[in-house]
Design a protein around this ligand. Structure first.
Ligand code: GCU
Length: 337
């Protein structure tokens, strides 16, 4: 009996010592369990401006929510191509993503306006529009489709590239040019007299390599990062469009975050805005670096004369007629901005 008493006493003492030591450990060394864990999708590789900005976003959110919200970024289309990512977000399978406006336009007709060729004069013009009322209105237009737009990312201007030499509009007639999975872009390419082929981003390299297509179109960083310049070395600077990209959150994730506390929604949106500013900086650097890599590799880069650029523009002008009423009015506001 006496032995049991001693044993109990020792155990109690040990428990008291353990408790005292535990409470003396500084709070930050006791890991906070995340309350919410999310997945973020991007089809670009690690180290690309958009995925670097996504990593930065995830870091900021984790830090500012004291580890309560943890976001894991999946680059390189590991969660699927952009069309499938949009659908998965609608059903809550993916929580965050960065998508091209061409993909968004397939689901959200209002966004399509941003795909219009030769809509913006330059990057400054685009940012005046996106940072203003129209940009806000367009992000809002995504909400009824089960996800919300948080911020805009830069993706520069897009140019045509081919496997065979092209220096003018006449040279691209009848060529098979890859477009994103978009009827709108198919129509644009048809107006140039070329044959549009819809292919998802991940499959363009092999389509070029096997000759399924003769060319494609994209910005400098994508042309370089995907290695398309190795198989289609003629880059024609027609700068036909400036397609920005949107950083998105699913309705599901938004609801879970507001259930944790409205202040967390504000934190996440603030981090999205900061990561978008960061992406714009990274974009400028990467655009210049990619251009240098491509040029040094021996690709033939062709500048277009004003006259030839005008021919490209005139050929696609009828596409503007598809926008009537409020949408025509928005085009006018953009052009006057
Ligand atoms: C850009 C953009 C991608 C898009 C791709 C495409 O690279 O960043 O999001 O998928 O264009 O042409 O499909």
């Amino acid at each position: 009996m006496k032995r049991i008493g001693i044993l109990l006493g020792v155990l109690l003492l040990a428990a008291a010592v353990f408790l005292a030591v535990w409470t003396m450990i500084p709070r930050e060394t006791q890991p906070e369990q995340p309350a919410l864990m999310f997945r973020y999708a991007d089809n670009q590789p690690k180290g690309y401006p958009t995925t670097q900005a996504a990593d930065y976003f995830a870091e900021l959110v984790e830090k500012r929510t004291d580890g309560k919200i943890v976001i894991r970024v999946f680059p390189d289309s590991v969660l699927g191509n952009e069309i499938s990512v949009f659908r998965q977000m609608q059903f809550g399978g993916i929580d965050f993503a960065r998508l091209s406006v061409s993909t968004l336009s397939e689901f959200v007709p209002e966004i399509s306006i941003l795909q219009l060729p030769y809509l913006f004069e330059d990057a400054e013009h685009m940012w005046r529009v996106l940072d203003g009322e129209i940009g806000k209105q367009l992000l809002e237009s995504i909400r009824p489709f089960g996800l919300a737009g948080m911020s805009w990312f830069d993706a520069g201007s897009r140019n045509i590239y081919t496997k065979t030499p092209v220096t003018s509009l006449d040279d691209i007639r009848h060529l098979r040019i890859r477009v994103q999975e978009s009827d709108f872009l198919s129509r644009m390419v048809s107006l140039w007299g070329a044959v549009p082929v819809k292919i998802s981003y991940e499959s363009v390299y092999s389509a070029l390599q096997t000759g399924k297509i003769d060319g494609a179109e994209n910005n400098w960083p994508s042309y370089e990062a995907t290695g398309h310049y190795e198989v289609a070395p003629y880059y024609l600077l027609d700068a036909h469009s400036r397609l920005p990209e949107a950083q998105l959150i699913s309705r599901n994730a938004l609801e879970e975050i507001s259930a944790l506390g409205e202040e967390y929604v504000d934190i996440v949106l603030q981090c999205a805005a900061e990561s978008a500013q960061y992406e714009r900086e990274l974009w400028k650097e990467r655009e210049a670096r990619s251009e240098a890599i491509v040029r040094e590799s021996g690709c033939i880069v062709t500048e277009l004369s004003e006259e030839e650029t005008k021919r490209f523009q005139d050929a696609v002008a009828p596409i503007y007629e598809e926008f009537t009423g409020d949408r025509a009015e928005m085009i006018r506001r953009i052009q006057e901005d």
